[in-house]
Design a binder for this molecule. Sequence first.
Ligand code: ASP
Ligand code: MG
Length: 419
Amino acid sequence: MRVFKFGGASVKDADGIKNVYDVLQKVGYEDVILVVSAMGKTTNALEVVIKNYFDKSAELNSSVQEIKKYHNQILLDLFEDEKHEVFTAVKAQFSELEYFLAHNKSPNYNFVYDQVVSFGELISTTILSHYMNYRGIQTQWLDVRNFIKTNANYRDAEVDWETTQQLISKNVKRKILNITQGFLGADENNFTTTLGREGSDYTAGIFAYCLNAESVTIWKDVPGVMNADPRYFENASLLNQISYREAIELAFYGATVIHPKTLQPLQKKEIPLYVKSFINPLLKGTCVSKGVDLEPQYPCFIVKREQLLISLSSIDFSFIMEENISEIFGLFHEFKIKVNLIQNSAISFSVCVEDKFGNFNELNAILSKKFKVDYNENVTLYTIRHFTENAAETVEANKEVLLKQVSRETMQIVTKEIN
Ligand code: ASP
Ligand code: MG
C-alpha cells in the first residue's frame, strides 16, 4: 500500500482538486490511502472563528460565513449540478459546526479549538471524495477519528500507538482508494483531538507505519526537498536522496518541507518517504530513505527570521552555572519562547530565540532582576548543514554578524541586516 499526502496548498481551489485527480491518473490509485489537509488557509480561518467565539465577538457569524462561502465556491466550480449530494453533505457539516458553537458549554480553549478546527479536514475530504467518485474513481471515505486514537492533550495530542495500530491494520481496506483527514485524532471519549499544526504529514507517517506501507509521498508545490528556500537563495538545488538522519536534522533546524515527527515512524520500519511535485508528478523528487552515504552533495541553508538574540550576564561577575541555566530554561519554557541556539561563556549566556506569542517583555522583567540583559530584536538565524567557506560568505555578505557557532556538520550564524 502507498500513502499519499496532499496539503492545504494542493487543494486550495477547484483547480487544485482537479489536479489531485490528474496526479492519481498518472501515478495510480489502487491500494492507496490519501491523507488530506484542510483547503488552503482554512485552518487559520477556523482559528479566527475560535478567537471570535471566546471573545464573544460580533464577527463570529461572519467569520463562519466566509469559510462557508469559500468552500461553496469550490463546490460550484467542481460540480455542475447544484443538486449533487455533496452540497447537502457539506452543508450538514457546517450545520454541525454551528450547532457546536451555539451549544458548547466547555470553557476549555484547547478542547474547543480541536472540535472546531477539525471541520477543515472533515469538509475537504468530503469534497475530495465526492469529486473523485464524480470523475469515476471509487473511494472509501474514512473518518480518521475511528483509527487514530490519542490522549486528551488537545492541540498537541499524543498517539496511542497500540490501539491505533490495531484499528488501522484491522479496518483499513486494501486494494481501493481510501481518503482520510490529516491532523486529526480522537481521545478515549471520542472527542476530536489534533496532532499539532501542520500535523498532516505525521498522519501519513502513522498510517504508513501501521500498514507497513511500501512508501509515503508528500505532494508539494516544489520539486522536492531543496538545499535552500528558493525565495531567499538563488541557485537552490534539489536534493535527490537524503538519509532519515539528514532529513531529521534539516527539520530540526527549521526546514519546513517535512514535519519533524513524521520521520521517526518511517525510519523505524525503513519506509521510504518521497517528496514530489504535484505539478510534475512523474519527476523523481526527493527520496528520504535509509543509508549512510546519502548526505547532500551541497551545503543546505535554513533561514529563521524575526529571532531575538538575548545575552544574559551576571550582575556581580559570578559565573553562570548549571543552576542559573536550568532556571533560565525553565522560564523560557514557561513563557513559550523557543530556544534555537545556545552559547555560553564564563559570565555570560546567549540564546537566539523565537518569541511567537510576544511574551518577551514580561519575561525580561523577571530576568532583569537577576541578570544584566542585552538583546537584539529582529535578527536572522542561518543554519548551514555541510557548510563550506563559500557558503558562509554568501550568508554573511552585507550583514552584521552577531554570533557564529560551528560544529562538525553545522554552522549557525546570527545576523542583522545592515540598513
Ligand atoms: N490543516 C492543518 C494545518 O494547517 C494541518 C496540516 O495542514 O498539516 O496546520
Ligand atoms: Mg498545511
